[in-house]
Write a protein that binds this ligand. Structure first.
Ligand code: SF4
Ligand code: SF4
Length: 239
């Protein structure tokens, strides 16, 4: 069956009319900034203090676009008689973003949390050499890294947290035990009232130097010597 003449034109006009009334999806960048997801892969920031120059990121980068230079320094021993140690000191850390393919492997493999994604993306250059960002620039990017999202309250605790809690519980139990033992010792030594036997009314005095005083009501002599509070059971003499 042959189509009705002019039906194609009518369909086209209908589509035009329909889309004319809808909101456009085109973002007018750069007049309007795009709303990016918070964990967008814009640029990589370096938190230099965490970097131990282990070179893992440079080795794992598939594009070989991370450049790291370092030297070794000797650190004096922490305690007298200890052994000197050596540590790596970072001299250069650069990423060539003209080669980077934003795979995120370097960030994943860094064992010391020194690399982070920042959503910043406006760093286009007219000279390709300027796309190699040195450590100062990478540090600047670090301040644009958003805070991590809140943890899901229904999520399982990570294993590390469980281990840390166990250790904290053990330490707390050991401390409570030590405190109880110290209290028991104090009670045993601190309840000495200095009373003797056989009518000895001697009063105990302070430890070691004071012999104490006492009057013996019973026949005989009683010196009432003893040790005072905090020094073990008193021995009272009396006839
Ligand atoms: S994101 Fe990938 S390509 Fe870019 S520096 Fe890291 S490892 Fe290399
Ligand atoms: S993997 Fe991390 S700690 Fe190791 S060199 Fe790279 S940024 Fe530094």
């Amino acid at each position: 069956m042959s189509p009705i003449p002019g039906s194609g034109l009518a369909k086209g006009l209908a589509v035009t009319l329909r889309t004319m009334t809808r909101r456009a999806h085109t973002a007018q960048y750069p007049d309007k900034q795009p709303e990016l997801p918070p964990r967008s892969r814009g640029v990589i920031g370096l938190f230099e203090e965490n970097c131990t120059v282990c070179m893992l990121c440079a080795r794992e980068c598939p594009d070989w676009c991370i450049y790291i230079d370092s030297h070794k320094e000797t650190v004096p021993p922490a305690a007298p008689g200890g052994r000197e140690r050596s540590r790596n000191v970072l001299d250069r850390f650069a990423i060539d973003f003209s080669l980077c393919m934003y795979c995120g492997i370097c960030i994943e493999v860094c064992p010391f949390d020194a690399l982070f994604w920042s959503p910043e993306f406006e760093y286009a250059e007219t000279d390709i050499r300027d796309l190699t960002h040195e450590r100062d620039k990478l540090r600047e990017w670090m301040w644009t890294v958003p805070a991590p999202p809140a943890l899901d309250p229904a999520a399982e605790d990570p294993k590390e947290l469980g281990a840390a809690r166990k250790t904290a519980d053990k330490i707390a139990a050991a401390e409570a035990e030590a405190a109880a033992a110290a209290e028991a010792t104090g009670t045993a030594t601190g309840t000495d009232t200095g009373t003797g036997t056989a009518g000895d009314t001697g009063t105990a005095r302070d430890r070691s130097t004071d012999p104490g005083t006492g009057t013996d009501a019973a026949p005989g002599t009683g010196t009432g010597s003893g040790t005072g509070p905090g020094d073990g059971p008193r021995t009272g003499g009396g006839a």
